[in-house]
Design a protein. Sequence first.
Length: 253
Amino acid sequence: MLLDEFASHCWTFLPVTKKTIENYRGAYLRNVSHSLGKREMSEITKREFLDLLSPLTPPNYFQTLMATRVIYREAITRDLLSESPVASIKAPKSRPKPQKFLTWEEVSSVNFGKYDQNIKFLALHGLRWGEAVALTAEDIYDGKVHINKSKYGVTKTESGVREVPYFGHFTTFPKTRKAVANALSRYGVTIHSLRKTYAYFLKTNDVHVTAAAKFLGHSDPMITLKIYTLVRNEEIDIIGNEIRSKLIITDTT
């Protein structure tokens, strides 16, 4: 069977979210289809995949490798192949860059234009983009935002179903994220950065990390803890001054 032929079927039955399928399909079409798609799956070698993957950036490499792995895994499950040429290819190692984010104080001091209310809402409630797009005014009551769906259907995980305190600024979100992303890009941050803004907002208001994990929809509090351990440069001076004010200096001369 041709790789393109099986891949096109594969996207219709994979047991993953629609968003994941979109990511896999996009990576496959960008990086694999044009060079290997018309080849018989059983004839493509590991070396050919390595040659195809090697010029890609680490994130693109990883996404493309995951897409081809799942295609071959499904083919083996259906007894169309006996082995996968990509199963033993290792994912790239990359050191994540420090992720910049704005504090709520910084967000609140800026007018982001047409999408100002959308951006402030995300910064104060931590919703993922897909969750925000699916949200309606009816989902906000009793002083809470009730999150139980996304634009892709059900929430990404069971922990994604949650309630968070409502702090205002809700207005219906646009269906596409491009304009909101453009409004944020001039400040060097992304839509996803606003989830870090929310986490930092919770941290600086003394919300325990386990409660913050629930508000963010994280199934593992360790993910939240990575954000909680972020220290902005100005905090170093603040912490230093606070500790100095508590020190008792004894003159031993």
